[in-house]
Structure formats: C-alpha cells, structure tokens
Design a binder for this molecule. Structure first.
Ligand SMILES: O=C(O)CCc1c2[nH]c(c1CC(=O)O)Cc1[nH]c(c(CC(=O)O)c1CCC(=O)O)Cc1[nH]c(c(CC(=O)O)c1CCC(=O)O)Cc1[nH]c(c(CCC(=O)O)c1CC(=O)O)C2
Length: 355
C-alpha cells in the first residue's frame, strides 16, 4: 500500500487509482471493473461455515466476523471492490427499533411505524451506536490494500417500506396508504430516515469507505411523478449530506427503468441498472455526466457458461459508448448460485475488456 495520500480523504493513492473508482469517476480504465451485489453471503460455503449458529444481525455486530465475510469474495473471485458486510436494517436496529432478520423471511419489525407518535422512535444515529462498524472498517482497510471498500445503506423509501409494513412486502399497501393519505407525516418520516441514513453513510466514509451505494430496492413500485414528489427530496438530502467527501455515490433500485433519470438527479454519480433495460438505453434515459453499473440478470448464472458469456458480451457491447461502466448483476447474487460461475464471470469481463 502506498503511503501517499490521494486527493480524497485518507484514501491511499493506489485505491484512488483503482479501476473501480476510475470507472465511477468516468476516467479511462485498464479493464471494466466488476463487483457483485451480495457477493458475500449464502452463495459461499466459507460464509455458511463462519456464520453457523450466529444470527444475521449479531454477525453484523462482530467486527472480526464482518471483516472476514467481507474479504471472502475478494479472495475467491478477484472482484475489483469489496462491499461492507451488513444489511440495510442495521442502522435501524442500532437506534433501538425492535427488529430481527428472520431466516427465509427477511427483516421483521415488531411494532410497525404508522402514526405521528411512532416517529419519536426514530432517533438520530450517532457514531457510538455503530462503533462495531468503525472497528470493522479499520480491520478491513488494512487488509484490503488497494481494493476499494464500498459502504452502503438503504434509501429512505425502502427503509420506510420495511418500517411501515413490518416486514418484506409485495404490494407495499400500508406504505402507499400512508404516503398518499398523510403526505405530511410521510414527508416527515422520510426526512427522519434521510438523517439516519446520512449519518450512517458518514460513519462509513470517515472509517474508510471509498464509495457508497444507496439501495432503493423497492422504489420501482412507484410512478415517476410520485417518486419525484414523495421520495426524491429525502434521497437528495442523503446524497447532499455526503457530497463534500468526494467519494462516488451509487444509487440502485429494482424495476426502476422509468425512474433512472430521476434517481440520477437525486444526486448519484453512478446509477445502478437492473437487467430489464439495456445499458445503452439506460444511458439515454439517465443523460450525460453519470457512470452506469450493471446489469446481468442474476438468474442467468444458473444457465450454461456459454449463455452467461453471450449475455455478458451483449452487456459489454451496450456499455462500449458509456462514459463509465462498472459491471455488476442487475440485483444481488441469489443464495444458490454456484460460486465458480461468479469467479468465471469476473475473469471473463476482465479478459474481454483488457486495454
Ligand atoms: O425480501 C427479500 O427478498 C430479502 C429481504 C432481506 C433483506 N435482508 C435480508 C433479507 C432476507 C434474505 O435475503 O433472505 C437478510 C440478509 N442480508 C444479507 C444477507 C446475507 C446473504 O445475502 O447471504 C442476508 C441473509 C441472512 C442470512 O444469512 O440468513 C446481507 C446484505 N444485505 C444487503 C447487502 C448489500 C448488497 O446487496 O450487496 C448485503 C451484504 C452483501 C455483501 O456483503 O456482499 C442489502 C439488502 N438487504 C435487504 C435489501 C432490500 C431488498 C430486498 O428486500 O430484496 C437489500 C438491498 C438489496 O439487496 O436490494 C433486506
């Protein structure tokens, strides 16, 4: 690791000059960088082994375990970036919301948030609430050398959906009932969540995150006009709060083909695209001045190597004219994915795009 300091914070120059961060900044790259959402986790036997008997949320609070799990896919696949091992509900747990991650279900909130009185339960997040995060970043930045570490958080809409529904939801009916029925309470709820999310991202950047990704996984459930009215102000507040650090800000959601421009305009430097929109079309929708990330259908990894490579070539061709491209899946690695298929994919993208 170089002792030289980069233009951004305490980041070593070798990290600043990595292919991943260059692509995010829309600079020329030696090869297209690759990482995968959910690259750590259940697809890896070494993850299942170290997680044995430890509940998900507890594992997120043990710095040594977090560091080990975060490093596993970097060692195995040779990806161009690590993503901090955590979950989008960790900051909510840290401020005392009574929630758990139930195996096979996902995050479940004991008492959903639906009234003005409930808002008082959403207090500010302080660095002390998540001291284990700062500690784990310290371990990780030492181990990772030049490999950038991505921090992340859930966006206000997606967090609100979990809090209002009380768990994962297909139709978001309680969330939408609140949003349309009491716009002022909704705006106040999203504003609270924006402050909590911004504070959580700041902790991660100050501890060494080289980039951050804001997951608005479920916002594709909204029409563009509703997105702009009910969601964009809070997402913009999060992005503005971390703008001064100068680290790339990635914004991602599923089924967001109609929202790509608005999500970019919320303040992202890099817009994540799922598999439903080809990257050249996504670039037209997003407009100039932003890099794109994506977008292989994660289910394709259950097919043949030939099928994966054929679709990957199409993606790389569609990305050829982009200002910056980070290769990723269109959503997270599915739990039963063959890890060797992921390793082969990294190798394939690197070889195909070597300049
Ligand atoms: O309802 C669902 O489909 C998933 C809900 C669910 C969440 N955490 C969860 C679950 C249960 C599960 O995955 O089985 C619970 C959860 N979160 C995570 C894991 C580990 C794994 O997937 O094997 C797990 C499974 C826990 C276990 O091992 O039992 C870790 C996680 N969540 C997340 C991330 C960030 C990333 O994707 O890279 C990461 C870190 C991955 C890494 O370090 O490589 C983010 C996350 N968690 C969550 C969401 C909301 C979107 C969604 O609901 O799909 C999102 C954002 C997204 O993936 O779009 C909520």
């Amino acid at each position: 690791m170089s002792a030289e300091q980069s233009p951004v914070g305490k980041q070593p120059t070798a990290t600043y000059d990595s292919a991943f961060l260059k692509a995010c900044r829309r600079e020329p790259v030696p090869h297209t960088p690759v990482w995968f959402m959910r690259q750590a986790g259940r697809s890896l036997p070494e993850y299942r082994k170290v997680r044995e008997g430890i509940p998900m949320l507890e594992s997120c609070m043990r710095p040594e375990l977090v560091a080990e799990i975060t490093l596993q896919p970097v060692r195995r696949h040779g990806v161009d970036a690590a993503i901090y091992f955590s979950d989008i509900v960790v900051p909510l747990k840290a401020i005392g919301i009574d929630l758990d991650i139930k195996p096979g279900v996902g995050p479940v909130v004991e008492k959903p948030i639906r009234t003005r009185a409930d808002l008082a339960r959403l207090r500010d997040l302080t660095p002390e609430d998540v001291s284990y995060v700062t500690e784990a970043y310290g371990l990780l930045t030492r181990e990772l050398g030049a490999t950038p570490l991505i921090g992340f958080a859930g966006a206000p809409f997606t967090l609100a959906s979990y809090l209002v529904e009380g768990g994962p939801s297909r139709n978001h009916e309680h969330t939408k009932a609140l949003m349309y029925g009491d716009p002022q309470l909704w705006a106040d709820l999203l504003d609270r969540l924006a402050d909590i999310t911004a504070a959580f991202l700041k902790v991660q950047i100050e501890a060494g995150a080289s980039a951050v990704q804001l997951f608005d996984s479920w916002v594709g459930a909204l029409a563009p006009a509703d997105y702009r009215r009910f969601v964009q102000p809070a997402s913009r507040k999060v992005f503005e709060a971390v703008a001064g650090y100068g680290v790339p800000r990635i914004h991602f959601g599923v089924g967001t083909g109609e929202l790509l421009r608005d999500m970019g305009e919320a303040g992202a430097d890099v817009v994540g695209v799922d598999w439903r929109v080809p990257l050249d079309e996504a670039a037209r929708r997003v407009g100039p001045g932003k890099a794109l990330q994506g977008n292989l259908d994660p289910a394709l990894l259950f097919s043949t190597t030939e099928a994966v490579e054929a679709r990957t070539r199409e993606i790389l061709d569609a990305a050829a004219g982009l200002e910056g491209h980070v290769f990723n899946l269109g959503h997270g690695v599915l739990p039963d994915t063959d890890p060797d298929a992921l390793s082969r994919l990294v190798e394939y993208v690197h070889t195909r795009t070597a300049r």
